[in-house]
Design a protein around this ligand. Sequence first.
Ligand code: SIN
Length: 286
Amino acid sequence: MAPSQPFSVLPLSAVAGAEVRGFDANAPLSDGDFERIYQAWLDHGVVVFRNQIMTPESHERFSQKFGPLKGHILVQYLLTGHPFTLVLSNKRVNGLPVGLEDAGRYWHSDVSYEDIPPDGSLLYALEIPPAGGDTLFANQYRAYEALPAQLKERLIGLKARHVFNYAKLQAQAGSERQPLTDEQKKQLTGAVHPVVRTHPATQRKALYVNPGFTIAIENLPKPESDALLNELFSYATHESVVYRHTWQPHDAVLWDNRCMMHHATTYDRKYVRHMHRTTIAGSRPY
Ligand code: SIN
């Protein structure tokens, strides 16, 4: 039986985020320790483990404790030999980008454009610029709870369409995104999800629309759908629900895509930002 580790769980803000301090993700994990970390993930939405030394193998191994892993539609950016590790990086080897440089520079919940979006993601920082490149997290339970009662009422039964508009991202100035294959284009059919989802583990309601991927509320005329989405986005991204994570090298950050959105921020590209992300498979939102 694995011995227990003497770690503490310290909230990082009143809104979201907790640091698990005094924990080694490479050490054998006891059931009791896993329960505490799992509970911190549910309670705080974002869990920060500082000073971790993770190889791709140990990163995938630790991530798998939270559920089976899934790859990513952008197979071009998966680490060679590691089908569950997505490389987010501006690093170049022999003049060629080794990862996706501009991932997630907009509010989104990971992969919400698929029918079965992931429960969680675990991002590990190998190299970090001296300034910039923070990740913002927005608590979507809080966003939902802040809605006026009439608006909550209006959302009952509403569904929204989510798509991955890769062509638009690729067309942005400075983008180095590689083209999609015909097969990838065929797979990107989009998905329809409830506007408000119930977290299967906490039973709490969270807003589940995001500016990155949600394009329309189903069965509403476009002007009405656009107006409603914009109103919801103003709650979803309000500064009162946001925690900002400033990265240190060797941070591993686990978040819950069912109740958190996130947004990567820019940095001076003369510095390196090199990260590995695993993605924890999920279930159909309801
Ligand atoms: C992402 O997973 O969306 C990217 C997050 C980041 O690079 O900060």
